[in-house]
Ligand binder design. Sequence first.
Ligand code: NAP
Ligand code: GCO
Length: 267
Amino acid sequence: MNNPFSLEGKNAWVTGAAYGIGFAIAKAFAEAGAANIIINTSNEESLRKGLDAYAEAGIKNVHGYVCNVTDEVAVKETVEKIHAEVGQIDILVNNAGIIKRIPMHEMTRAEFQQVIDVDLVGPYICAAAVVPEMMERREGKIINICSMMSELGRETVSAYAAAKGGLKMLTRNICSEYGEYNIQCNAIGPGYIATPQTAPLREKQPDGSRHPFDSFICAKTPAGRWLDPDELGGPAVFLASHASDAVNGHILYVDGGILAYIGKQPK
Ligand code: NAP
Ligand code: GCO
């Protein structure tokens, strides 16, 4: 019996995968046998550093493109380049994302819109660009990277929570609209992961003490720690593989149990 978790022969496009969660997911895909890894970033420097990081990790067959996921024309052009230079896109991971931590009443419309554009409109643009080929082949995997903020709010992240909540429903709608073509669209909802995006929340205070948010998150996570990006690799391989062909429209929270836990009582 073939290994249902294998990605042998598959081409996977992970958006925004120069580092962070995207890099960890792409690495796991390569380790699961993916034939080609495709990444994009918003600028040349990030792409160059990202491709160097893959090479240093010994990951081969990585193809990189500079492409802003909010630019529909650029995304369509990039998909055409991928088809010409790499081949079909079997798996799309909508990972690229930003956050702006600003109180809602102090946030400008432009700032709010920028987060919505990258975190919600971008995944729509990329999914819409790859679905036609998946429909023709009657096979495809789309994985959106949601968030705890797809379920919970907190101060200063209104735009991010609105985008990630919308991304949860976009995931369910892609499932609903394209399931008949054997396209599965699911999401991963990471908990709090130690990446550049959350680095400000873990910075030591001027007096050398822990950042209050660092202590807060560790109290909210049963294991009492931040999660590592590599801990998302297995769940991502599952959702990208035939092992999950009967899973559709699901948000898989990889949060260490935050959503199940009221939080550790302060001493
Ligand atoms: P990160 O370290 O800030 O990396 C974000 C990635 O997205 C970078 O590669 C960045 O590339 C790319 N990107 C940003 N805007 C882009 C655009 N317009 N076009 C193309 N690429 C763009 O973030 P992360 O922590 O790895 O998070 C990755 C995803 O997981 C995001 O969607 C985030 O919301 C989500 N998430 C993170 C956590 C966490 O705790 N870290 C938890 C839940 C969900 P450039 O170098 O070009 O900027
Ligand atoms: C924040 C964090 C979170 C994480 C993640 C949690 O400011 O609360 O950045 O939003 O990035 O989305 O799942």
